[in-house]
Each structure stands twice: as structure tokens, then as C-alpha cells.
Design a binder for this molecule. Structure first.
Ligand code: TXA
Ligand code: MG
Length: 333
């Protein structure tokens, strides 16, 4: 990481205030940020990313008070969860206040809010004095960036200002949750996207909440942008089963060739992740990019008892959510 002098931050502030976008580091992944008060900046996010307008943005704040100013309702459970996990890799979906531009929310009545922990992101939000809307700084559907070089290679044309905050500590996106009631009338937290704050961590927090509350996994329609084909590397990614550690079997090669319509597979690169989930999350996007650019025709990843089980737990849940969406083919029955 380059030491960042304050002139970079001042330049970033000027750009944001004049309706431009700036790439910012967060503890999860890099974001492509615009001031929520700048319609030009918000539009530029969508055009630069080639992102469809139906996919709403996350608004980043630098205090709890700023978060509250974006929401029309601030339920007690949301307040407790925010105080437990913020600043950090958790995004809360709440009814939106009128100040939130419908461009940010894709016309929905709710807004996604996150208080990140990266000091540079917080410095910039405080300097600009408005919350920043920021999706991950990658082209729509592609692998998210976990360091400044990823962002630069994603947007090589133009003069995008990238604040270099080093490698992202978490390496994959925030957990997105919303708040509803279940059929008994008790609080229900819905996980719209698994991420840096795990289901287990949310369960731990709920044990100390004074009322009964449960956690559910939402259907993918509840998160408009969380599509099946997402996070995709530059060559096809294939998920294969638990066979011995000897490369692809002839049978797997045949199935991959015929399904993906490839004439031949000259080189297949294996995506190997650390056994430790925290490290694996940090490596995931860098490795997907590196292997995508390594000259291999395909990337494959083995789903086995070391990196998952039938129901992955902890951070593996988010890692396999991303791998499944990034995959062009899944050979695991
Ligand atoms: O860690 C992160 O969350 C990163 C960093 C930059 O903060 N941001 C990020 O943004 O991942 P993006 O745009 O790539 O993903 C935002 C997700 C999408 O799946 C979107 O559908 C969902 O949040 N989302 C945003 N607003 C929503 C809303 N009102 N209701 C439901 N889902 C929403
Ligand atoms: Mg994204």
C-alpha cells in the first residue's frame, strides 16, 4: 500500500463534489463511490460499471447518526445489530427516508446502509460530509476487486481516481440483511446476501437480545442485484466433486468440454483456497483474477469436506455463495 497523503483525499473530495466518482477501499472490497447528493455522480456509477438501473446501491456512512438520517424507520433490533457490528461488513436494508434518491434504491422503498471500518473510507465520507453510494468497483457481473490494482485493471480507460488502501481485510462483500416479522409475530432477520458477518455471529448477537428473534435466508429475488451469474472471472469457472487430487478426470473434462462448447481444454487451472476460511475469503477474488489471466482455458475448484460440507458454515457460506454464482458449470450432484 502506498502511503496516502491528504492531497489525494482532497482531490477525491473535489471529484465527488463535482459529480464524478472515486474508487475507495473498504474492509470488504473496493467500492466505486459517488456522493448521494450528486445525481450526475450516481449516474456515472451505473454507466462506468455497465450496471442495470434495477440493481440498487449500498450507501456508506461514517456514523450511526448519519445512518439513521437515511432511514424512515429505525427499529430497536436494527439499532442493536448496528451497534453490535458497526463499523464493519454488515449492510442493513431499511425503509428509506425521502432524502435518498430513487436512483440509489432502484425505485424501491428501502435503502441499504453500511458503516464500513476502513479508515480511508471513513476519512473521505467525513471530508465530503455526505454519505457515499458505492457498489463494488467492478464491471457488472464480474469478479469484485480486493486491491487497488484490481480496480485499475477493471477500468483501464479514463482517469478514475483510485484511493489505495491496500489489500482488503475481509476480501468479500458485506452481509446484507433486512428486518421483518415471522408468522408468530416475532422479529425475523433475513439474510439477503451472506458475507463478512456470518450467520453464527448474528445468532450469537441475538442470544443477548431481550426478545425472541430468528434468522432466515431470503430467496434471491429479495436482493435485486444478487443474480445467479455474478462475480464471474474472465474464463469459465467449474465446480467439480471430491475426487482424488490429480487434476480433472477424463470424464470431468468431457462433460466440461461438451457443456461449455469448448473444442479442447489445453490448460485447466485449479483454484485452491486455504483451509482457513478467513484466509480463503481474502484469497478468493485475487486468485480468481490471477487464474483468469494465467492463460488457462478454464478454472476449476473442488468442493470437498475441507472447504465445505452439505451446509457450509461460517465464512464458507459466503465463499460458496460467490463460487456458485461465479461458476459457469457445477458438476457436483
Ligand atoms: O461490501 C460491500 O457491500 C461492498 C462495499 C463496496 O461496501 N459493496 C457491494 O455493493 O457489494 P454491490 O452493489 O456490489 O452489492 C449491493 C447488494 C446487491 O446485491 C443489491 O441488490 C443489494 O445489495 N441491495 C442494495 N439495496 C437493496 C435494497 N434496498 N433491498 C435489497 N437489496 C439491496
Ligand atoms: Mg458487486
Amino acid at each position: 500500500m502506498m502511503p496516502l497523503d491528504s492531497s489525494e483525499l482532497i482531490k477525491a473530495r473535489e471529484r465527488l463534489l463535482s459529480g464524478d466518482v472515486v474508487a475507495i477501499p473498504t474492509e470488504t472490497v473496493y467500492g466505486l463511490a459517488a456522493s448521494i447528493e450528486s445525481e450526475a455522480g450516481l449516474r456515472r456509477i451505473f454507466s462506468l460499471k455497465q450496471r442495470p438501473f434495477f440493481d440498487p446501491l449500498i450507501v456508506h456512512v461514517a456514523s450511526l447518526k448519519e445512518a439513521q438520517s437515511l432511514a424512515r424507520e429505525w427499529p430497536p433490533l436494527a439499532d442493536y445489530i448496528a451497534r453490535t457490528f458497526w463499523p464493519g461488513p454488515l449492510t442493513l436494508v431499511l425503509p428509506k427516508a425521502t432524502r435518498v434518491n430513487p436512483l440509489i434504491t432502484s425505485g424501491l422503498d428501502t435503502v441499504a446502509i453500511r458503516y464500513p471500518s476502513h479508515p480511508l473510507a471513513l476519512d473521505l465520507i467525513r471530508l465530503v460530509q455526505t454519505p457515499l453510494a458505492a457498489p463494488s468497483a467492478n464491471r457488472f457481473g464480474k469478479t469484485s476487486p480486493s486491491c487497488a490494482d484490481h480496480v485499475r485493471s477493471e477500468f483501464p480507460e479514463g482517469d478514475l481516481l483510485v484511493l489505495d488502501g491496500g489489500e482488503c481485510e475481509i476480501g468479500l462483500e458485506s452481509t446484507v440483511i433486512s428486518f421483518t416479522l415471522n408468522s408468530d409475530g416475532n422479529d425475523l432477520i433475513q439474510i439477503l446476501r451472506p458475507g463478512g458477518i456470518t450467520e453464527e455471529m448474528l445468532h450469537e448477537a441475538l442470544k443477548k437480545w431481550f426478545k425472541p428473534a430468528t434468522i432466515g435466508r431470503a430467496s434471491s429475488e429479495a436482493s435485486p442485484g444478487h443474480l445467479k451469474h455474478h462475480y464471474m472471472p474472465s474464463v469459465p469457472l467449474v465446480i467439480v466433486g471430491t475426487q482424488a487430487d490429480i487434476g480433472l478426470t477424463p470424464n470431468e473434462c468431457d462433460r466440461i468440454r461438451s457443456t461449455l462448447g469448448l473444442n479442447e481444454i489445453k490448460r485447466a487451472a485449479e483454484l485452491r483456497l486455504s483451509k482457513d476460511a478467513t484466509l480463503a475469503a481474502r484469497e478468493l477474488y485475487s486468485e480468481m483474477r490471477r487464474l483468469g489471466e494465467s492463460g488457462a482455458d478454464i478454472i476449476y475448484v473442488r468442493q470437498n469436506s475441507e472447504n465445505t460440507d452439505t451446509s457450509p458454515s461460517g465464512l464458507w457460506q459466503a465463499i460458496w455463495d460467490r463460487l456458485t454464482r461465479a461458476a459457469s458449470l457445477n458438476l457436483v450432484p
